[in-house]
Design a protein around this ligand. Structure first.
Ligand code: NAD
Length: 469
């Protein structure tokens, strides 16, 4: 496979949209506003590139390892651009890029195994399961971890022998475009193509007849729209959707010991993490202590532009998301909640919201029942454990959950009762590249991560033959 420099995305001059810096609210760059009609040619080229890309697994491994090196080498360009358009502190952008390179390396080393399976009905026949790539596949990702989520899509897809058309969010198109061109320097042309644009570009990509699978990460309503699009073209779909993760604290929890970890499990990336802690349930006896410990940290945290040294918490990524966070907070306060810290947006340019700890929140308040996806955390008291587990599970979401306490056996038993894809004890949202990642209920359909992620990008192909001539 010859490696070539990537071709420039086809453009008609003038078709661009503005990209805003969430730390100022002002536009600082433009991205190509590619039109749905352009996708036919992009998908056709991805299909053509698939013919040779699927054929040589050794060359794929070499290319993906080279791509990982290229990403690491480009870190100094990628990280500030990611921070500028996304808002996160620079150190977190650097960590995201390291994770992107690590994911490429992980999947480069993973290969599907042929599986000889004797039939169990006594016939002298063997069937062997082999694995085939799918063809050109599509990925659609949100703005909270643009690079990490993009690589969670393209690393397993390319390792499996597929080619990919990837669409980032219009809120964060730039770092993904740069990442795409960096990765593409190590790959044959058209194996990975990043397209940027506003809707209906994503809708068209999700229902494109030339696409063999769509992997989508984003909100539940958009996930439903994608599912409708893929149903129309009978295309496989993996949907990684929203979450409303609960943290359940036990009677024996050591509040001071866990407070930092719990705080950052809710507030990292300004709370814009699918698997952030979004509700905390605390035994009534400890409620004041926990509210105080979290509020103390919320008041002390350094909020600022991600590029400013010392910033611990950046802005919310975009104006509609800030409006949602403000709305949920104001509604809770109007319904009788009290802000032990924050409770309002910050009076400065950009999309900054004060880190907020809410207490006395009615359990049916939207900040509890919906996904706030921002720097606001309700802390709710409970009477007994059954009540806490019932409240934690009383949601349409089922992404993650956690249990915090000293008695690890009890914590483990409570974790078993959480209706979610991943449950942690004394942690939250720590993930390994090798583990399956799957939500239940409205949080998703399909499995990503580890070997499951690789096989999710393949189809079984069975060869059935007699044992003898
Ligand atoms: P979103 O659903 O608004 O957008 C996600 C992507 O879909 C974007 O690229 C967007 O441009 C595109 N899109 C919009 N309309 C579309 C359509 N009709 N057809 C196809 N694509 C379309 O989500 P968001 O606001 O960008 O991201 C936040 C959401 O993502 C939260 O709900 C969060 O929990 C979720 N999320 C989930 C995971 C996970 O792994 N489960 C990870 C990160 C974020």
């Amino acid at each position: 496979m010859a490696t070539r420099r990537p071709r420039r995305a086809p453009r008609t001059p003038g078709e661009h949209f503005a990209v805003l810096d969430p730390a100022t609210g002002e536009d600082f760059a433009q991205a190509p506003d590619q039109q749905p009609e352009e996708l036919d040619a992009v998908v056709a080229r991805a299909r053509e590139a698939w013919r040779s890309w699927r054929a040589d697994p050794v060359a794929r491994t070499t290319a993906l390892l080279a791509a990982a090196d290229a990403v690491t080498a480009a870190g100094a360009d990628l990280a500030p651009l990611l921070t500028r358009e996304q808002g996160k502190p620079l150190a977190e952008a650097e960590a995201e890029i390291a994770r992107t390179a690590a994911r490429l390396r992980y999947f480069a080393a993973l290969a599907p195994e042929p599986q000889p399976r004797p039939l169990d009905d006594g016939r002298p026949v063997r069937s062997e399961v082999r694995w085939r790539s799918l063809g050109p596949v599509a990925a659609i990702v949100p703005w909270n971890f643009p690079l990490q989520l993009a690589s969670a899509k393209f690393a397993p897809a390319l390792a499996a022998g597929n080619t990919m058309v990837l669409k980032p969010s219009p809120h964060t198109p730039l770092a993904t475009r740069l990442l795409g061109s960096v990765v593409a320097t190590a790959l044959p042309e058209d194996v990975l193509t990043v397209v940027t644009g506003q809707e209906p570009l994503g809708a068209r990509l999700a229902s494109h007849p030339g696409i063999r699978q769509v992997t989508f990460t984003g909100s539940v309503p958009t996930g439903r729209a994608v599912a409708v699009g893929t149903a129309a073209s009978l295309t496989r779909a993996t949907l990684e959707l929203g979450g409303n993760d609960a943290a359940v604290l036990l009677e024996d929890v050591d509040v001071e010991r866990i407070a930092d970890r719990l705080f950052w499990a809710a507030f990292r990336n300004c709370g814009q993490v699918c698997m952030a802690v979004k509700r905390v349930y605390v035994p009534a006896r400890l409620h004041c202590d926990v509210v105080e410990a979290l509020a103390e940290r919320a008041k002390a945290v350094v909020v600022g532009a991600g590029l400013d040294p010392g910033t611990q918490l950046g802005p919310v990524n975009n104006a509609p998301q800030l409006a949602r966070v403000e709305h949920y907070t104001a509604r809770a306060l109007a319904d009788g909640a009290r802000a032990a810290a924050g409770g309002h947006r910050l009076d400065r340019p950009g999309y900054f919201h004060a880190p907020t700890i809410l207490t006395d929140v009615p359990p049916d308040s939207p900040v509890v029942t919906q996904e706030q996806f921002g720097p606001v955390l309700p802390v709710l008291p409970y009477g007994n454990l059954d009540e806490a587990v019932a409240a934690a599970n009383d949601t349409g979401f089922g992404l993650g959950g956690s249990v915090w306490g000293t008695d690890l056996d009890l914590a483990g038993a409570v974790a078993e009762r959480l209706e979610c894809g991943t449950a942690w004890i004394n942690h939250h949202a720590e993930l390994s590249l090798a583990q399956p990642f799957a939500g239940t209920k409205d949080s998703g359909v399909g499995v990503a991560g580890g070997p499951w992620g690789l096989y999710g990008n393949l189809r079984p192909f069975v060869v059935h033959r007699p044992e003898g001539p």
